[in-house]
Design a protein around this ligand. Structure first.
Ligand code: SF4
Ligand code: SF4
Length: 85
C-alpha cells in the first residue's frame, strides 16, 4: 500500500474540452463540465472525492498540456514540490 496520494489540476485556460483525459482515466477522476466556461468550452474538471493513482495517463494523452498531477504526502497533506510531469 502506498503512502502517497496525488492531486490533479486542470489548467482551464489551456483545456479545449476534447475529453481524451476523461476517456483514459480508468478511475473516473476527470469528467467534462456540462456547463461551458467563459470561453465557451466545456472543460475537464476534477472529481474531488475520487482517488487518483498517479498513473499519468491523463497527462500523456492531453494534447494541450492542460493536466498536471502532483504527488502529495498523505500524512501532512503538503505538496512535496515534485510535480510528476
Ligand atoms: S493520473 Fe491516472 S488516475 Fe490520476 S487523474 Fe490522471 S489518469 Fe486518472
Ligand atoms: S485532454 Fe487536455 S484538452 Fe482534452 S479535455 Fe482533457 S485537459 Fe482538456
Amino acid at each position: 500500500m502506498t503512502d502517497r496520494r496525488f492531486e490533479v489540476i486542470i489548467l482551464e485556460r489551456y483545456c479545449k474540452g476534447c475529453g481524451l483525459c476523461v476517456a483514459f482515466c480508468e478511475h473516473g477522476k476527470l469528467v467534462i463540465d456540462p456547463r461551458p466556461n467563459k470561453r465557451g468550452v466545456q472543460a475537464a474538471v476534477v472529481q474531488p472525492d475520487v482517488e487518483c493513482t498517479g498513473c499519468l495517463r491523463c497527462t500523456a494523452v492531453c494534447p494541450d498540456a492542460a493536466v498536471e498531477v502532483f504527488r502529495i504526502g498523505r500524512r501532512t497533506g503538503k505538496a512535496d514540490a515534485s510535480a510528476t510531469k
